[in-house]
Write a protein that binds this ligand. Structure first.
Ligand code: SF4
Length: 352
């Protein structure tokens, strides 16, 4: 392990996190197989998540943002081992769950659930809502058979669906209602930790606030801890207490929500905020926030991965990868610029 791998995971200050991630990586070899071995061609490795360390405290709403392809969803899936990490640790309540045998992992996974982006494709169209929820309760022996119907009614009421929804199929519901079914299915396991992967990006804008408010309500009522993955900054700002920003498989900034949105320190975070639509006509910016396309995760640039698009990049950024360092108040940034005398960096477009 390098020194970077041993660096303590960024924390909000408490000592016993519900979940700690240390040096987590997920790589996919795209051309693996007999043909690649016979032809001895170099492996094409996609670095989806690269050496990420992170802590999520009990009861926290941790928001994870970044562009498409930044590795947010892969990281969320690695935490639940829906995707097996290539390296690193996922420590849940003090125990590393990477490498746990399936029998032990089953008990852990009951407490760690996922809400998927597309509620329609994550529900079986041939099963009624009652059958979907009943299957979860029965297969996992979560309540005696005589109590399954009552438990289903409780779950439906918890997510604001009518009791007669049990007889209907997913196609009979709107997008928002389907997402409520997905949430009820996750809650059926009585989880402690939920990864919500873009839970409102597939639902109508007018319904998004209802689903977000439902998640906040359930979190308070059931004492849940949330990892909320989204590309929409306004959604993350609404729901999160702490926010992490991902770029090309790396976490580049972590801060309490108010700090991040008021004082973004990483040039990528600044660019993301500038790219977000402004409702106030007197605070519009004309500058393009982040120029260019993200590099391919098959060939991530050396040094700082953001240097190909960064307006502050210098020679050092091209060669040396900046570690994630705390700059105070639970604010962590991976940028060499903070060592320069001009720190903090100007926010482009603010002067306009
Ligand atoms: Fe930009 Fe350099 Fe900071 Fe990377 S390390 S974000 S290239 S200033």
């Amino acid at each position: 392990m390098s020194d970077l791998d041993r660096r303590p995971a960024p924390t909000s200050g408490q000592t016993e996190p519900l979940l700690a991630v240390n040096g987590l990586s997920k790589r996919y070899v795209l051309n693996a197989g007999l043909w690649q071995r016979l032809t001895r061609k170099p492996e094409l490795v996609l670095h989806a998540v690269d050496n990420v360390s992170l802590r999520i405290e009990r009861g926290e709403n941790f928001g994870l943002v970044g562009e498409s392809g930044s590795g947010k969803t892969t990281l969320g899936r690695c935490l639940l081992r829906l995707v097996e990490p290539s390296a690193g640790q996922v420590i849940y309540k003090g125990k590393d769950i990477v490498g746990l045998p399936p029998s032990e992992m089953l008990a852990v996974r009951r407490k760690m659930q996922m809400i998927f982006q597309d509620p329609y494709s994550s529900l079986n169209p041939r099963m009624t809502v009652g059958q979907t929820l009943g299957e979860v309760l029965t297969v996992h022996h979560l309540c005696p058979p005589s109590q399954v119907k009552d438990r289903i009614q409780d779950l439906l009421s918890l997510v604001g669906l009518p009791g007669d929804a049990t007889q209907r199929y997913p196609r009979h519901f709107s997008g928002g209602q389907r997402q409520r079914i997905g949430i009820a299915r996750a809650l059926a396991m009585d989880p402690e930790f939920i990864v919500a992967d873009e839970p409102v990006s597939a639902v109508d804008v007018s319904i998004q606030a209802q689903v977000l408010n439902l998640l906040l309500e359930l979190k308070a009522k059931l004492g849940l801890t949330l990892l909320f993955i989204a590309h929409d900054l306004s959604v993350v700002q609404y729901i999160s207490t702490r926010v992490g920003v991902m770029y090309l498989g790396k976490i580049v900034e972590i801060a309490p929500r108010k700090t991040l949105f008021a004082y973004p320190r990483h040039p990528y975070t600044q660019g993301l905020l500038l790219a977000a639509p402004q409702l106030d006509p007197f605070h519009q910016t004309t500058r393009v926030a982040i120029e260019g396309e993200p590099p391919s995760p098959l060939r991530p640039p050396p040094g700082c991965r953001f240097h190909t698009r960064c307006y502050l990049a210098n020679d050092r950024c091209h060669q040396e990868e900046p570690p994630l360092r705390e700059i105070g108040g639970g604010h962590w940034v991976a940028c060499h610029y903070h060592e320069r005398s001009e720190w903090p960096p100007p926010i482009p477009g603010n002067a306009q």
